[in-house]
Design a protein around this ligand. Structure first.
Ligand SMILES: [Fe+2]
Length: 450
């Protein structure tokens, strides 16, 4: 109300017109003053006057002074001022709503494009503090296997990221169980309050719902007494529904990704099972390859591609006859040519899966040699895809160090020596270097542990 200026209202065209018309009909002098008594209209004359207040919402913002009855003029100006204030309030409210919607939209966009559950929770809690005053917040998700709610995101000193809750126990446990959001402005006097858990006075808690299923809860709280309102609750509910959708999305993606990796492993095992003596080879090649990849600072996408290529590097062996693949003795030239085809078969098999596009180069070229004397294409140096150069070292090293029915595996020292000897001819020297570094680190760690 203090911001409303009677002077500005009187200058408004429609108000000025109205006021002038009334004054003209009265034919007696009149003066309009603001609340402090400053003249805004008319000439103060020596006259015995009646004072009529100009009021808005019970507050006097000015006076009409005149020696006639100007009460209707005061009423008209009061009315005009009331309308002005309402307009201002409405504009302010609209602006606030607009800001809120913009923030909510930004938030939906940020968490919607996020495929990691913990990241979704973290972002959601980060955004909440922009909307609602609080000293702590958390997101908890129900773990069906364990039968409890687990914290997946938390902020504030009274929150423990390892905290779990049993459905039905405590305020949040109860809200999860009955699925209705609540404001609790006096936490300690709530009959469901479990003593000693958290030092908080006021809180709001909303269930995270996907259709009719409750998957968890989100809550915000204040250490000091705070008057959370229905507007806060409504806002938290909106944020909760967006967070729930994003979490579910991330979970579905996780499941899909896991199913994909498991299928890839199963596929690789069909080959491994044909040759019982290679047991565990695929996993070791994957482990070595990833270690090298990380040592060489490959990015996340490259690491994922490398992992898949390492698992699937020999998938093409499925197309090689048992009599050749499992032969104990020395291979004839013709048999060796058949074995060599496995890298091309690998490409042909994986071509059917669109998502494997970036994995194929690592599989197809894992038998290329750095000097260009490998197969299938005789690629040289950096022409060989990096994943293939890495798998080549990991694969050869594991083949050398693993026991076979007809020979015992080489010792690590001799295998390392062999890698060093062929570095620059068969192997990319940067890759062998990274491999040695990885082993040095393991060795150092073992020394420390001992
Ligand atoms: Fe191979």
């Amino acid at each position: 109300l203090q911001q409303i200026s009677l002077k500005k209202i009187l200058y408004k065209k429609e108000v000025a017109l109205l006021v002038n018309n009334i004054i003209r009909t009265m034919e007696t002098p009149v003066v309009i003053e603001d609340a402090e008594g400053r003249t805004l209209m008319g000439k103060p004359e020596d006259m015995s006057t009646n004072s009529h207040p100009i009021e808005v919402s019970g507050e006097i913002i000015g006076w009409v002074e005149g020696n006639g009855d100007f009460s209707h003029l005061a009423s008209a100006i009061s009315y005009a001022a009331g309308v002005e204030i309402e307009k201002k309030l409405l504009a302010k409210e609209t602006l606030e709503k607009y800001k809120e919607i913009t923030l909510l939209y930004d938030m939906a966009e940020r968490i919607g494009s996020c495929l990691d559950i913990k990241e979704v929770a973290g972002l959601t809690l980060e955004e909440i503090t922009k909307f609602i005053e609080c000293t702590g917040s958390s997101v908890m998700i129900y773990n069906e296997d364990k039968g409890c709610l687990e914290t997946i995101g938390a902020s504030g000193k009274h929150y423990d990221s390892k905290m779990t809750l049993i459905p039905g126990i405590g305020i949040r446990g109860a809200i999860f169980a009955n699925g209705t959001s609540e404001i609790i402005n006096n936490v300690k006097s709530d009959p469901r309050f479990v003593n000693g858990v958290r030092e908080i006075s006021s809180m709001i808690c909303s269930p995270l719902k996907i259709k009719d299923k409750i998957i968890g809860i989100i809550d915000i709280s204040n250490e000091l007494p705070f008057n959370y309102t229905a507007a806060h609750l409504k806002l938290l509910n909106t944020i909760a529904s967006q967070a729930a959708a994003a979490i579910e999305n991330a979970r579905l993606y996780d499941n899909l990704r896991e199913a994909f990796f498991m299928t890839v492993h199963a596929l690789a095992e069909t080959v491994e099972k044909r040759d019982p003596y290679t047991g565990g080879h695929t996993k070791r090649v994957m482990d070595y390859s990833l270690a090298i990849g990380k040592e060489m600072s490959l990015n996340e996408d490259e690491i994922t591609g490398l992992r898949l290529a390492a698992i699937l590097h020999d998938i093409g062996k499925i197309g090689v006859k048992d009599s050749v693949l499992l032969k104990d003795g020395k291979l004839t030239d013709e048999e060796f040519e058949q074995i060599k085809l496995h890298s091309l078969y690998g490409e042909q098999i994986l071509r059917h899966v669109r998502q494997m596009k970036d994995v194929i180069p690592g599989v197809k070229h894992h038998h290329e040699k750095y000097n260009g004397k490998g197969y299938p294409d005789g690629l040289k140096g950096d022409e060989i895809p990096i994943a293939a150069r890495i798998i080549c070292v990991a694969d050869t090293f594991d083949a050398m160090t693993t026991d076979r029915p007809y020979r015992k595996g080489l010792s690590l020292e001799i295998a390392f020596e062999e890698l060093r000897r062929c570095s620059g001819t068969q192997f990319d020297p940067n890759v062998t270097e990274a491999f040695f570094k990885y082993f040095e680190k393991i060795h150092e760690k073992e020394d420390k542990d001992a």
